[in-house]
Design a protein around this ligand. Structure first.
Ligand code: UD1
Ligand code: CA
Length: 456
């Protein structure tokens, strides 16, 4: 039978070192609050319930952590008396009785489901406490793992460690899996007789052993355990996250010419054989279908780019932009809340907002949909295979029929029917020979001015 599991996520910290007006777990990594990375990872694990321990910004943190498919309840840690004390804020959840109890940190968003499942695996083999550890060249600040014959004897916080213990490079990542049947008994036995006078969760190892239980360490890559205390670490987490996700996408068949210059959002979806050129930024909500290409220096958010479509260079796709198969949006074009039909082209210096563009339409350089009248936004419809001449303004609400032509420089304020030609600009007048007369006049004027200056 499947084992039941409770995950306790600690997020009650003050975030002092972030120097921020909000809790650090609300700061985004790849456009998603840090805490949601942790609970998002839990949606991939076989977890029955999540107990979120909150302090500062309790409501916002709970809201950000809540995701579809997760049963989550929040517990407030009123006083901040240490990690052991924080876990006990969720006493009610623990006492409901789960086979496995996991403890995670809200400010360590890179932990993977794989590492967690290895820690849980140890519990199934009769271990009572499985601590996630990592090897590091810079152990300073971390609790050290004291190992003997494969068993974890204790975790020593740096402030309480001897010089020999400080030389140990195998460190406590902070997270662990605990035998659910014994969790409360162990946690209640943790005291605060240490350098900081706090209830250390890490003392659970010695407590378990004193009570006849077993503890082990499960090693994970150092990067998975990186935490966030200040903005520099926030940027480092972002970097690690980006590197991990770019690599996953490349291994799934996406070409990135200079991956280190591409910035992904947490939910960016890119299909096989799509090409992402250098310096492309993805905001949340973007899907790039297979074989599409995003040229250099483009910025996309909330957009869908269908197969074989092409974006940029220097294009901006804003929320609600959809490019149909083989459609093109070229340089210095902005598209917002608009469907661009299959094979349609919007190639140069154009703004398309609140619009529907039919398949195969050609939108000339400098075309603007005038979608906003200062109060409301209005829709522009452009028919299939129509041709909009360069530098046209389409004043919405307005509709251009299928196969219609709009002459360059037109200001279109009324609907144009299918296959019609619309001209909405002053008619051209040509005066033969007039240029020569103008030139003569200018020359005479210059001559007069020259003489006048000479007399001065
Ligand atoms: C903790 C570990 C240390 C480990 C390190 C890894 C303890 C005693 N020490 O140290 O061995 O190497 O993590 O990063 O566990 N929190 C609360 N309420 C509290 C205290 C903490 O919610 O009263 C939360 C914090 O917001 C944070 C997490 O628990 O998310 C860890 O607390 P923190 O004070 O950062 O622990 P460290 O000193 O880093
Ligand atoms: Ca920490």
């Amino acid at each position: 039978m499947a084992r039941t599991c409770l995950a306790i996520v600690l997020a009650a910290g003050e975030s002092t070192r972030m120097k921020s007006n909000k809790s650090k777990v609300l700061h985004p990594i790849a456009g998603r609050p840090m805490i949601a990375h942790v609970t998002g990872m839990l949606t991939d694990c076989d977890v029955d319930h999540v107990a979120l321990v909150v302090g500062r910004d309790a409501e916002k943190v709970s809201e950000a952590a809540s995701l579809d498919g997760l049963k989550l309840s929040s517990y407030t840690q009123v006083e901040r008396l240490g990690t052991g004390h924080a876990v006990l804020a969720a006493r009610e959840a623990i006492s409901r009785g789960f086979d496995d109890v996991l403890v995670l940190f809200g400010d360590s968003p890179l932990l993977t489901a794989d590492t967690l499942s290895r820690a849980r695996e140890a519990l199934t083999q009769g271990v009572d406490v499985a601590v996630i550890g990592f090897m590091t060249e810079q152990p300073s600040g971390y609790g050290r793992l004291l190992i003997e014959n494969g068993e974890l004897l204790a975790i020593r916080e740096e402030k309480d460690a001897t010089e020999d213990e400080r030389a140990i490079r195998f460190c406590n990542g902070g997270m662990m899996a605990i035998n659910g049947a014994k969790a409360l008994e162990y946690l209640d036995a943790i005291g605060n007789d240490n350098a900081k006078g706090e209830y250390y969760l890490t003392d659970i190892v010695e407590v378990a052993r004193q009570k006849g239980g077993r503890a082990v360490a499960v090693e994970a890559p150092e990067d998975e355990l990186a935490g966030c205390n200040n903005r520099a670490e926030l940027a480092y987490l972002e970097k690690l996250w980006q590197e991990r996700r770019r690599r996953e996408l490349m291994l799934s068949g996406v070409t990135m010419i200079a991956p280190e210059t591409v910035f992904l959002a947490w939910d960016t979806v890119i299909g096989q054989d799509a090409v992402i050129e250098p310096n492309v930024v993805f905001g949340p909500g973007v899907t790039i279908e297979p074989n599409a290409i995003v040229h250099a220096f483009s910025h996309l958010e909330g957009a869908l780019v269908r197969s074989n479509a092409s974006v940029g260079p220097y294009a901006r796709l804003r929320p609600g932009a959809t490019l149909g198969e083989g459609a093109k949006v070229g340089n210095f074009c902005e598209v917002k809340k608009a469907d661009i039909g299959a094979g349609a082209k919007v190639n140069h210096l154009t703004y398309i907002g609140d619009a529907e563009i039919g398949a195969g339409a050609n939108i000339g350089a400098g075309t603007i949909t005038c979608n906003y009248d200062g109060v409301n936004k209005h829709l522009t419809k452009i028919g299939a295979n129509s041709f909009i001449g360069s530098n046209s303004s389409l004043v919405a609400p307005v509709s251009i029929g299928d196969g219609a032509y709009v002459a360059s420089g037109s200001v279109i304020t009324k609907d144009v029917e299918d296959n019609a030609l619309a001209l909405a600009r002053a008619r051209q007048e040509v005066k033969p020979g007039r240029a020569a007369i103008i030139r003569k006049r200018i020359a005479a004027l210059k001559e007069t001015l020259k003489k006048a200056r000479a007399q001065d």
